[in-house]
Design a binder for this molecule. Structure first.
Ligand code: FUC
Length: 769
């Protein structure tokens, strides 16, 4: 009963004395707890990019809440609204006449997607293991080892020690659950499944649970996907007895459960897959391997990525405490390892939710227990999806970007339809959200949806992957996507009447209303910044590939006419074409879209454009530090880029408090949204190393709280990998390895050093002063 009665567990632990208190795990990169999860945000996340489980670690009942990353509602659809084409010129007239609210209303009537919302990501259901022995528990611990990507639950009852290990293997495509006891014949449980989906659970061949069903439809009806989850149970010793939709194991020495799941999704336009054949084949293959072999292959695949970066910010006795206590402790200065753990947890989450061949990490990565999660757990591309990928290149997880690249390739197809239908334009466009079906039309309402720059922002990640690895074949693959994104804007940018700048219209500065009763406007600062990057990167790509000379010139000429960054009357960076900032209804809005120019972009930089950087600082001060999880994550990266170490550190501690970090270390928007985790990881990276504005800057925002430490394996643009060591707040040495061959400039404070390294060679810089 302890799984549902934590108070009883606490009492038992107290009565049994300190000998019964579980000790911390040996691996310092672990999350760990002395009680089972009572709520979802206490459960521990495992995933192989595609298959996810939340492990609750109950003693009376284990709940493994399961996800498969293609199980979304709905089926292939095209929501582009043909009425938009006629309304569009009228909307522009209204905007340039200052009739913003009328423009808003017309957009609402004629330009929004049909249907108005996109499809939600949904859960598979739960695998439940019910145990007969649950009283008299001592020495309870559950943990998640980030280095091996294995979740473990261990406790003792009546002198028998029980252990449960759970991992989601990217090699064998199954979730593996092993149950053992240190005395023979003691493993006993009943396995069953439940789900909110339209599905049935049956037993096949005495030892396999099969859940099969169809996904949810747009309005509660059935969708177009079939899905199946299969749990194969093998016991060593004892008995395996099938029942009605459940299987009971008793008197066993150990048991091994293999969980496979699949849907009929093949692509955004093809749902003819066979989940039964897929899950059967997967189980058949994995069943041929021993637990040790499954584990070994899983750990090796994980560590290939995870171990590329090691971060040491110092360790104090606080690191010995359970993770939930550390998050609750207001005094974060005493616990520098918590920031390192958070950093590595973000890397762990990216590896576990975004591997090549899978879907990109959505608003909740891959972990979701609902049929209609907050914001449908979609791809919100006016910040959230991009933030998910901010740490990917700098923290040496470039492979994890592949699902995002694949999604953008799909969007070039659906987005071309939207461009043609709505705007009669060439190229492709995606507005502020996308889903599994790659829907690309404006959704939810004009205030949020009427933003044509989402696809253009995603293109930055496509370029960055090239910039960090310099793989020419990859560049040739993505170039058509960059070119198509540019083409849409060449066809749709319009001259604004006052300065004759070229601007987007209609558009908005993501989700922030200006003083005229809507967000709808022309040429918000963020759009101009994103397009400047898109155009620049497209030109660079074309030059590198030696193609499209005339096109390049046209793009450069258009870029020169985009509206510039402007400094407003309060010394702030203007969010809009006009100086409206100080009159906007929500001056402390969570979005800081116009500061994109400083981060993730480097158009604005403390060294190259100090006046604009000062204006960004002013805007940040006006906006304030307090925000949603991802809002804080963005502010952290911005303060790091302003080289304000102490302010960045203060923001980081805000992210690590219980209001923004759940006990399982998931980011709290609230509710749970994974972007804040990734923004936090990227921000910690930015405090230690910045690769922007043509230089690699070492320890640009090192706070006093981390006087000594080291990091290995961070990546920089140009294909460089760096290791740094510092002491007394000063850089001691740096090693640079070139993976692509080339030159770079290192900077530490005012000191610079130029390096030219052949591919595969490294250089060390000692005693930097
Ligand atoms: C944007 C944000 C919200 C939330 C949602 C998923 O709309 O403004 O805060 O993160 O995306």
């Amino acid at each position: 009963m302890i799984g549902t009665q934590p108070a009883l567990l606490t009492l038992i632990l107290a009565l049994s004395g300190s000998a019964a208190l579980a000790q911390p795990p040996a691996e310092p990169l672990s999350l760990w707890y002395r009680q089972p999860a009572r709520q979802w945000v206490e459960a521990l996340a495992v995933g192989n990019g595609r298959l996810g489980a939340m492990v609750f670690g109950g003693v009376a009942q284990e709940r493994l809440q399961l996800n498969e990353d293609t199980l979304w509602a709905g089926g292939p659809y095209d929501p582009a609204n043909p009425e938009a084409l006629e309304a569009w010129p009228k909307v522009r007239e209204l905007i340039f006449a200052g009739r913003y609210r009328d423009a808003h209303n017309l957009i609402g009537q004629k330009m929004m997607a049909k249907p108005l919302t996109q499809m939600p990501y949904q859960c598979v259901g739960d695998l439940l293991l019910t145990f007969p022995d649950a009283n008299g528990v001592t020495d309870y611990r559950r943990d998640l080892n980030l280095d091996t990507a294995v979740a473990t639950v261990a406790y003792a009852i009546d002198g028998v020690r029980y252990t449960r290990e759970v991992f989601s293997s990217p090699v064998d495509q199954v979730i593996v659950v092993r149950l053992t006891a240190d005395k023979p014949g003691k493993v006993a449980f009943t396995a069953g499944m439940k789900t909110p989906q339209k599905a049935s659970v049956t037993v096949e061949s005495s030892h396999t649970l099969v859940m099969q069903g169809v996904n949810g439809g747009p309005r509660g009806g059935a969708g177009a996907l079939k899905f199946q989850a299969r749990v194969a149970i093998a016991a060593s010793g004892g008995r395996v007895v099938p029942g009605d939709g459940q299987i009971t194991v008793s008197g066993a020495d150990s048991a091994l459960l293999l969980v496979a799941a699949a849907t009929s999704y093949k692509s955004f336009k093809d749902v003819t897959g066979d989940p039964e054949a897929l899950t059967k084949e997967t189980i058949a293959k994995a069943s041929g391997k021993s637990f040790e072999a499954l584990l070994q292959d899983h750990v090796a695949a994980h560590q290939t990525l995870f171990r590329r970066v090691r971060l040491d910010l110092g360790t104090t006795p606080a690191a010995q405490r359970p993770t939930d206590e550390r998050i609750r402790d207001p005094n974060k200065e005493n616990d520098p390892q918590l920031a390192a753990l958070y950093f590595q947890f973000g890397r762990y989450l990216l590896i576990s939710s975004s591997r090549p061949g899978c879907q990109p990490a959505n608003l909740q990565g891959i972990w979701n227990d609902s049929m209609n999660p907050p914001w449908q757990s979609k791809y919100t591309i006016n910040i959230n999806t991009e933030m998910n990928y901010w740490p990917a290149e700098p923290t040496n997880l470039g492979e994890c970007v592949e699902p995002l690249v694949a999604m953008v390739m799909d969007l070039t197809e659906t987005g071309a339809r939207t461009a043609k239908t709505m705007y009669n334009a060439r190229g492709w466009v995606t507005h502020h959200n996308a889903d599994l079906w790659r829907a690309s039309a404006p959704i939810d309402g004009p205030q949020w949806g009427m933003w044509p720059t989402g696809g253009a922002w995603l293109c930055l990640h496509l370029w960055d992957h090239y910039d960090y690895c310099r793989d020419q074949e990859y560049l040739a693959r993505i170039y058509p996507a960059l070119k198509g994104a540019v083409q849409f804007f060449l066809d749709t940018l319009v001259e604004e009447p006052k300065h004759k700048w070229l601007v987007t219209c209609p558009s908005l500065s993501p989700e922030n209303g200006h003083p005229f009763g809507t967000s709808i406007c022309a040429g918000p600062t963020m759009d101009m910044q994103i397009l400047r990057d898109l155009f620049t990167n497209c030109i660079r790509a074309a030059e590198t590939l030696g193609v499209d000379e005339d096109f390049r010139e046209r793009v450069a000429a258009t870029r020169a006419r985009l509206a510039p960054n402007q400094i407003g009357s309060a010394g702030q960076l203007q969010e809009w074409l006009e100086d409206w900032d100080m009159k906007a209804p929500e001056m402390r809005h969570r979005h800081v879209s116009h500061l994109y120019g400083l981060y993730p972009s480097d158009q604005i930089h403390v060294r190259t454009t100090p006046d604009l950087a000062a204006a960004v600082r002013k805007s940040l001060e006006i906006r304030g530090d307090e925000a949603t999880g991802w809002g804080i994550g963005w502010r952290l990266n911005l303060w790091a880029r302003l080289h304000d170490a102490e302010h960045a550190y203060q923001i980081l501690t805000m992210l690590l408090r219980p209001e923004r970090t759940y006990p399982n270390m998931f980011d709290a928007h609230p509710p749970f949204q994974i972007d804040g985790n990734f923004g936090g990881t990227s921000g910690i990276g930015e405090m230690l190393l910045q690769s922007c504005a043509g230089e690699i800057e070492l320890l640009p925002a090192l706070p006093k709280a981390w006087p000594r430490g080291s990091v290995t394996g961070l990546r920089a643009r140009g294909g460089f990998e760096l290791d740094l060591q510092w002491q007394d707040g000063k850089l001691v040495n740096v090693t640079v390895r070139s993976l692509a061959g080339g030159s770079c400039r290192l900077r530490y404070g005012a000191v610079t050093r130029d390096l030219s390294l052949p591919k595969g060679q490294s250089a060390r810089w000692d005693g930097v002063e």
